[in-house]
Design a protein around this ligand. Structure first.
Ligand SMILES: NC(=O)c1ccc[n+]([C@@H]2O[C@H](COP(=O)([O-])OP(=O)(O)OC[C@H]3O[C@@H](n4cnc5c(N)ncnc54)[C@H](O)[C@@H]3O)[C@@H](O)[C@H]2O)c1
Ligand SMILES: O=c1ccn([C@@H]2O[C@H](COP(=O)(O)OP(=O)(O)O[C@H]3O[C@H](CO)[C@@H](O)[C@H](O)[C@H]3O)[C@@H](O)[C@H]2O)c(=O)[nH]1
Length: 439
């Protein structure tokens, strides 16, 4: 099939590449010429395991192309995926300007039947807006060209995006016309040979399903973070509680890890956007989700609180920080807890040396030349001259460190662990003070 993907970010590039991998002829469009230049030169503009090789393979096979030409992009695909950003507006609602710009371009230039598929995370009702936008552009030039609008939200996780797309738990297709449903079923057939994973819904239910999934996962995390803070005060161990409740299949073990707050480009913005949609479009105050958001904002300061309790005045103190990305296996730092921690420490007069296996370039872009912040080229380099070690992201390479070396290098010596990576008995036996979350 001929497919156009609008937007070559985490979702667009992964979707386009995986669709090419199963034999489709895919053209990816981006308005950012720098991203397209990197892709045309054989690189990828993001860090995502397995993606680089897959892009190269499909480009070499002639199935995957990149362009900045809107004309070429609209002309190419019968299926036009919209996978552009939907960042939060100032009031928390999802900003639709990129989605609607993409829809406008399609309406302005299309000359034959198109299925416009919205893959971006968008508020309920957006498909109607997309349809109206395309129709308006057709009317402006007096054209009558048939088209369908489909909602096909994406559930991939950064760091496991290729695997998630190639072996999805489910594929949600919100559509109301048979032609579009048949084409979407054919498109996704290679990704569900083992058993049917495609769920056809009405368009609005598909749009809401995406927010419901992220809101539910964010709720689990905030719930566990609050319980962790409680366990700590009561002298219980949240890791034991986690195992105790996770063993109930109605609860399950996934997404029950307490930590220093959820980050990333999705949970924070999608929780906000759902609260806003409910208030504006339905007059409903989503109390549970407002609490989820508030608890997460507080949790992002939980490490700073522990550090201040331990040291008192932080001016002149120096901290080694392990992990900058919002989670392992990505270089994405959007809404990362590391950003809150580093800002807190610097504001309190401390200095920081931070290490991350892949996100240092992104941290430099975000923080610029910030006084008091340096980067180490290894986990060990962060410990030089540091009073304490603070762990923010659970990269695999942090899981089995030499605690004797850490103890020898740190002045205090204390580890603040925002991801509960170690058995407290083991760390304490090495003569270190260990302050994890909720235990
Ligand atoms: N990142 C994720 O893990 C993830 C997972 C599922 C869903 N989503 C959702 O998918 C959407 C995209 O997220 P992302 O993380 O890939 O975003 P991103 O910011 O990484 O990428 C968006 C891309 O779209 C491009 N773009 C903007 N307007 C354009 C236009 N008119 N024409 C062509 N290109 C345009 C931008 O230049 C950018 O490269 C969002 O709605 C997000 O909520 C993201
Ligand atoms: O038990 C857990 C699991 C996750 N997190 C944190 O939650 C955040 C989000 O993690 P994760 O969901 O793995 O990453 P994302 O790539 O943001 O993926 C989420 O957001 C995407 C964008 O909407 C969806 O497609 C995915 O299904 C959804 O998992 C990160 O800061 C994690 O550290 C925890 O604190 N505890």
């Amino acid at each position: 099939m001929k497919i156009t993907v609008v937007g070559t970010g985490y979702v667009g590039l992964v979707s386009g590449t995986c669709l090419a991998e199963v034999g489709n002829d895919v053209l990816c469009l981006d308005v950012d010429p720098e991203k397209i230049r990197i892709l045309e030169e054989g690189g990828i503009p993001i860090y995502e395991p397995g993606l680089q090789e897959m892009v190269r393979r499909n480009v070499a096979a002639g199935r995957l192309h990149f362009t900045t030409s809107i004309e070429k992009a609209v002309d190419h695909g019968t299926i036009q995926f919209i996978a552009v950003g939907t960042p939060p507006d100032e009031d928390g609602s999802a900003d639709m300007k990129y989605v609607l710009a993409a829809a406008r371009n399609i309406g302005r230039l299309m000359t034959d039947y198109k299925i416009v598929v919205d893959k971006s995370t968008v508020p309920v009702g957006t498909a109607d807006l997309v349809r109206a936008t395309v129709q308006e552009e057709l009317q402006k030039r007096g054209a009558q060209v048939p088209f369908s609008v489909v909602s096909n939200p994406e559930f991939l996780k950064e760091g496991a995006a290729v695997e998630d797309f190639m072996r999805p738990d489910r594929i949600v297709v919100g559509a109301e016309d048979e032609q579009a449903i048949l084409l979407m079923k054919a498109l996704y057939a290679p990704f569900q040979r083992n058993h049917e994973r495609l769920i056809v819904t009405d368009v609005k239910s598909a749009e809401l399903t995406k927010y419901a999934a992220n809101a539910m996962l964010a709720t689990r995390i905030s719930f566990m973070n609050e319980l962790a803070n409680l366990a700590e005060k009561l002298g219980a161990d949240i890791e034991m509680v986690r195992q105790g409740i996770g063993s109930d299949p109605r609860i399950g073990y996934h997404f029950l890890y307490p930590g220093c707050g959820y980050g990333g480009s999705c949970f924070p913005k999608d929780v906000k956007a759902l609260i806003k949609t409910a208030a504006d479009k339905a007059g409903i105050d989503l109390k549970v989700l407002s609490a989820v958001e508030e608890a997460n904002d507080l949790q992002k300061h939980v490490l700073t609180g522990k550090i201040k309790t331990y040291f008192g005045d932080l001016s002149g103190k120096h901290f080694g920080v392990w992990g900058l990305a919002f989670k392992p296996n990505t270089d994405d730092m959007r809404d990362a807890p590391s950003r809150t921690l580093i800002a807190d420490l610097l504001a309190a007069g401390a200095t920081v040396t931070a290490y991350d296996p892949v996100a240092i370039h992104e941290a430099k872009r975000i923080f610029g030349d910030k006084d008091g912040l340096r980067y180490g080229d290894s986990p060990a380099a962060c410990l030089e001259g540091a009073d304490a070690l603070v762990i923010v992201t659970e990269w695999k390479e942090f899981r089995s460190p030499d605690f004797d070396v850490i103890k020898a290098k740190l002045r205090a010596p204390v580890i603040f662990d925002g991801r509960n990576l170690y058995d407290p008995k083991f760390v304490r036996a090495a003569g270190l003070t260990y302050l994890p979350i909720g235990r």
